[in-house]
Ligand binder design. Structure first.
Ligand code: GLC
Length: 542
């Protein structure tokens, strides 16, 4: 058992995507009132913390990741008082609250960017962002691509260009400017003072750009593109520059002014060895483990990524985290139905081969049962407790992700995982609200996945999640340590022990279950004398 039992070392953190969780005022867009009304269900599920994707004032060009006021809530989601109410209720239920910090860029409507446009070339205001002259008249200052497609530079009327690694509505801040650092420390204190327990830091790996903004040698537009993955030998000019550590240490100092708070980094393409440096004792508390998310349900691959994660993070005394789904990737019950995972951020549209639903459900449930037994902290994405699949046939006319527009529909983008979640099978918008409106249309099959169809039903995915979280807490698996049971592992079986629980994952033909009391299993009809089928997981008391 780990001696330090700080909550963030073992927490199960549930991601709420505010636009799609629950809609209290019935306008078709989720809001904080909706969250308030549905919080009890998260208590029942058994999560330790929630993380909110952005609900700040924003023109919503990138679903709120384009912030125009970091200290206020967008009227879409409710007044600030609604957030205070959610925070108070969550705390009264024993649930911690993490919010999103978006420090790489603001909205182009942010007063700081508007001031920079007005103030003109060479001004202190422009130095808050990256403004440059182009090359030979009308060519952008360098060859950097936007993650969402197209170029990372936009030219303004006076001829200068500004940098935006994402959409043109999201200008990048200049983190070499101490005023930017001050600005964000103030934002952190504002929310810490209000009582939030932590922050998830958006695109935390891109804050520092290489001096002189040199061209990229090998271009990849994806945040997970392995072709341009930075390594020690081949650094990338904007992903994972070393200068970022000083900024992280500054954040850590601010969070250490408060008790029991935690910060976690979203950093996509860095190798685990490099990521571990981000969570040294004076840096972030946690970082997302996207290497794990990107691993297929394959015996050897999973074992390798688990070993590497535990080893690398262990080297710096940090817990590993684990995650399978979020608002940027294809939901894992859909993703894992494919042999080859479609590229991160690309999504699945009606023209893509459609997934095998049964396979996805089977593998997806097994992947979750495997993940939740691992030591460290785990992230869940709203709806995955229902086994909710991706909306894979969303028509082009409903698409909102800037990726879709910046690539002329070549990459359909991330809307398919962001569709409002179903609560009640027979209610309007499946209980998302009372009016039936929904900012993205819900597919017909969401009816079957509604919470009302699963609550109390033996073998349902919702009941499986509840049971996994209950047993995980009871045995303190998050604080434990993993030991492979070598004599039971082979090419298609993984078996490990953690804190008195034996976890058996079968990737191949049916196997006899090892002795012990069956604590929880993905295989609904399994008995302790029985056989464990393929793509099934069982937890047994040792
Ligand atoms: C992060 C967010 C993603 C957003 C991007 C730009 O990767 O998770 O949703 O589009 O940053 O802020």
């Amino acid at each position: 058992m780990h001696a330090d039992e700080s909550w963030w070392r073992h927490a199960v953190i549930y991601q709420i995507y505010p636009r799609s969780f629950a809609d209290g005022n019935g306008d078709g867009m989720g809001d904080l009132l909706g969250v308030l009304e549905r919080l009890d269900s998260l208590k029942e599920l058994g999560v330790d913390a929630i993380w909110f994707s952005p609900f700040f004032k924003s023109p919503q060009k990138d679903a709120g990741y384009d912030v125009s006021d970091y200290k206020d809530i967008d009227p879409l989601f409710g007044p600030l008082a609604d957030f205070d109410a959610v925070l108070a209720k969550a705390h009264s239920l024993g649930i911690r609250v993490i919010i999103d910090l978006v420090p790489n860029h603001s909205s182009d409507q942010h007063p700081l960017f508007q001031a920079a446009l007005k103030a003109g070339k060479g001004s202190a205001e422009r130095d808050m962002y990256h403004f440059r002259e182009g090359k030979d008249g009308n060519t952008p200052p360098n060859n950097w691509p936007s993650v969402f497609g197209g170029n990372a530079w936009t030219q303004i009327d006076d001829g200068q260009w500004y940098l935006h690694i994402f959409d043109s509505s999201q200008p990048d801040f200049n983190w070499n400017n101490p005023k930017v650092i001050e600005f964000f420390h103030d934002v952190l204190r504002f929310w810490f003072d209000r009582g939030v327990d932590g922050f998830r830091v958006d695109v935390a790996h891109s804050l520092i750009k290489e001096e002189g903004l040199p061209d990229i040698e090998e271009i990849s537009t994806s945040m997970t593109g392995s072709d341009s993955e930075p390594t020690e030998e081949k650094p990338h000019p904007f992903w994972g520059q070393d200068g970022v550590h000083e900024i992280i240490r500054g954040f850590r100092k601010v969070s250490d002014e408060y008790e029991d708070r935690a910060m976690g980094a979203e950093a996509w393409i860095l190798p685990l060895k490099k990521m571990a440096k981000w969570v040294r004792p004076d840096e972030y508390h946690q970082t997302f483990n996207f290497a794990y998310l990107g691993t297929q349900w394959r015996c050897a691959d999973l074992r390798r990524v688990v070993d590497e994660s535990i080893y690398e993070f262990g080297q710096v005394g940090a817990p590993s985290t684990w995650v399978l789904s979020n608002h940027d990737v294809i939901r894992h019950v859909t993703r894992l139905a494919y042999d080859e995972i479609p590229k991160q951020g690309d999504g699945i549209g009606p023209n893509y081969p459609q997934p095998d639903e049964a396979r996805g459900q089977r593998v997806g449930r097994a992947a979750t049962a495997f993940m939740l037994a691992l030591p460290g902290s785990s992230y869940l994405y709203q709806g995955e407790e229902l086994g909710l699949p991706e909306h894979t046939t969303l028509e082009a006319k409903y698409r909102q992700d800037p990726t879709f527009f910046r690539t002329n529909g070549d990459r359909v983008g991330r809307d398919g995982c962001r569709v409002p979640i179903p609560w009640e099978a027979d209610a309007p918008a499946y209980g998302f609200n009372k009016t039936g409106k929904s900012w993205l249309p819900q597919p017909e099959n969401y009816r079957r996945y509604a919470r009302s169809e699963q609550a109390g039903v033996a073998g349902s995915t919702l009941e499986l999640y509840r049971r996994l979280l209950k047993v995980r807490k009871e045995f303190k698996l998050g604080l434990g340590s993993l030991k492979w049971v070598e004599e039971l592992c082979d090419d298609s079986t993984l078996v490990f022990d953690n804190s008195g629980v034996r976890v058996v994952a079968n990737f191949g033909s049916p196997i006899a279950l090892p002795a012990g009391e069956l604590l929880v299993t993905t295989q609904h009809d399994l008995t302790i004398e029985g056989v464990l089928e393929h793509d099934q997981v069982a937890w047994i008391r040792l």
